[in-house]
Design a protein around this ligand. Sequence first.
Ligand code: ZN
Length: 207
Amino acid sequence: MLGAAMDALDHLRDHLFEIWQGQSAMDGITPNALWQFTPPPDDLIRQNIAPNPAAAATHLANWRDGLDTRTASLHQAVLGALDLVHWQFAYKTSELESRFFDHYAFFELIGPTGHFRSHQCNVYFGYWGPDLFYPAHYHEAEELYFVISGKAIFAADGTAPKELGPTHQTFHASWQPHWMTTGANAVLTLILCRGNGLTGAPVLCAK
Ligand code: ZN
């Protein structure tokens, strides 16, 4: 990217790194759970990945009110990059109800197949609209969810379901089934993954 102008994905990466390194307003959250989970990667290489649209992105684009002051700048940085990101869905349309795919999407900012390639960790941003049930699934990589905006009930095998809002976090161990429910609110999350299985897709649990 020598000589190329900074774009909204670069700004999102830079803002996330400020938070990750404890240099931003969210530095008030101590200890820095993101860093404790995995340090910021030092092997990033920007990839030329074409944008991929998602219906959910249009819902997210309209979400500008009621933001938490601690996380609003990160939310805004995500909104700034909406048109550049390659939205993904992880599941086949036959696996989940069709309504799900109009109200959910995620993108890989950092990772083996992300906008910024890294082999050290994954960073995803995921959006789920109101009144959605994300069924139980699992994957090999260990995972930290960090809620940027909105709220949802997070549940995992062996733990009591809990409602999480802005700055709240939850951890999923390797292969631990977990699921999520939204109510009146949508939820925007930052998702970090570490360990083995960074390129592995999540698998839905058998019903
Ligand atoms: Zn997961």
